[in-house]
Ligand binder design. Sequence first.
Ligand code: AHM
Ligand code: MG
Length: 331
Amino acid sequence: MPPESHVVTISRFLIDEERKYPEATGAFTSLLSDIALAAKVIGREVNKAGLVDIFGAVGHENVHGEDQQKLDVFANQVMYRALDHTGLVACLASEESEELISIPAKFPAGEYVVIYDPLDGSSNIDVNVSIGTIFSIHRKITSGARGTLEDCLQPGSRQVAAGYILYGSSTMLVYTSGTGVHGFTLDPSIGEFILSHPDMRMPEPPKKVYSVNEAYFTRWSRGQQLLVSHLKNEGGFGSRYIGSMVADVHRTLLQGGLFMYPPERAQPEGKLRLLYEAAPMAMIIEQAGGRASTGTQDINDITPTGLHQRVPIYMGSKEFVALSEEMLAAE
Ligand code: AHM
Ligand code: MG
């Protein structure tokens, strides 16, 4: 007889979580379920990306001046269509859209603001490297019926939930709603996300690994150069850099370490965006016992000033983030 095991699907898990809060309306559970459905649809296309002629830029640039890949466009539409008509969402913001995305007048609006990067790391699609979707959820704070820019520009510390979907050797959905981090792996044979990583915590002691694009070394500040030199020489750190944030942060979450995207000469604010990438990943890392800093302040203390604001990132095991802040301040 196989050992007794309980299979917990994401729907079961969300319903059980909801029961802990008698005042819960079920809206949040529905919202997460909608995102999980979008994840399955995006995951399905990502997994067969090599089979169909879906590669390559569609011939126009996104708001950051970067080539948009076809799968980005597809993932962006899937996220939008999973959420626009539900009556749960006040407004949306996507890394792929310059402006706030309003809910069409023909649909009811709800209380949640959903901000997402539909397919992060899309330059890796062609070479079959793991990519991901990142999402951040706030509650609407303005009093009107529909969400506004102000509802999107809230500090990360006010997120009610955040998560990502990693399209890797398996598809995983990892999320937090402020009471720990939970990971689900897609069983493709039944099309269900199954709880595989309950209550994820970053390991202590952490693995000594730093993750940064070291090709920019000569363009870094002296403090940043000294930090990385210290980690690999005196610190005895190893290095891993996939160049796909969801995959790099996922590894950091599971093994411990330090993920960095520092400022450099050509990009003084760094590359990654506060609302779509930094804030949601920061909430997850913090909920798992780690920290996320810009080098001088906690990422989730920042009140955003624009939808596409960028921010330097140092996230991972607490002691490594503290060491980074210390060494950067010394220079
Ligand atoms: P994207 O939003 O255009 O896909 O870019 C974000 C990606 C991240 O996944 C990754 O951490 C970073 O860009 C890598 O950048 P670089 O190639 O400069 O190291
Ligand atoms: Mg991105």
